[in-house]
Design a protein around this ligand. Sequence first.
Ligand code: ZN
Ligand code: FE
Length: 255
Amino acid sequence: MPISVIIVPCLADNYAYLIKCEETGHTSVVDVPDADPISYMLTKLGWKLNTILITHHHSDHIDGVDKLRKLTGAKVIGARSDAYRLPALDIPVVSGDIIKIGSHHSEILDTPGHTIGHISYYFRNAKKIFTGDSLMSLGCGRLFEGTHKVMWETLKTFLELPADTMVYSGHEYSNSNAKFAISVDPSNQRLKERYKEIQNLLKNGKYTVPTSLELEFLINPFLRSAQPEFKNKLNMGQKTDEEVFKFLRTQKDNF
Ligand code: ZN
Ligand code: FE
């Protein structure tokens, strides 16, 4: 049985995701930037929330947790290592833990770099990953706490996942990310096509998430830091993968 995902836009450019196991009805939400649009959507769909999955401690991902917990009685799951700065956790988790979401399983992946305690939720059988502010459509999160080395290790974790995995990230940043990607990879045809597609989606009030790892491997500059032909395009053929990533991340910070 599949899982259904409903995208709930919150605040200026955040996304929360409702995930429902169609077999059991078990429903989760990934991140709670704001309780109101999520509880509105739950009512509209007639879904009952069971669990809240937190990716990281930034306020635009957790501010609505306590209100939503009160409204729904949902259990809150988040990184044990960050428990001291997250809303009270009912189920603290560590990397490698597997949590049950109805008849589906979600693996906890440590994905630090944006913050030290950042985690992602990987549904291997359903081929979906919820990446918060670690991997994003055409981008990756800013390094608030981690080093370039730490974030590059995180990106390598994503590179190892099956290409047909769909990526659900925490923000709608595709347009500005695409502009940066084109600036460092102007001859990439697939990237230019995707940029047009993104503009059309946004113009029509649609979302640019999820994206597939398969596509990101071709157009996301950060994920491509280890690809020889891309390194050559940047005149960085002799540099290490991590140095290329650091160069790109620094360029983006100043873009
Ligand atoms: Zn964040
Ligand atoms: Fe964020």
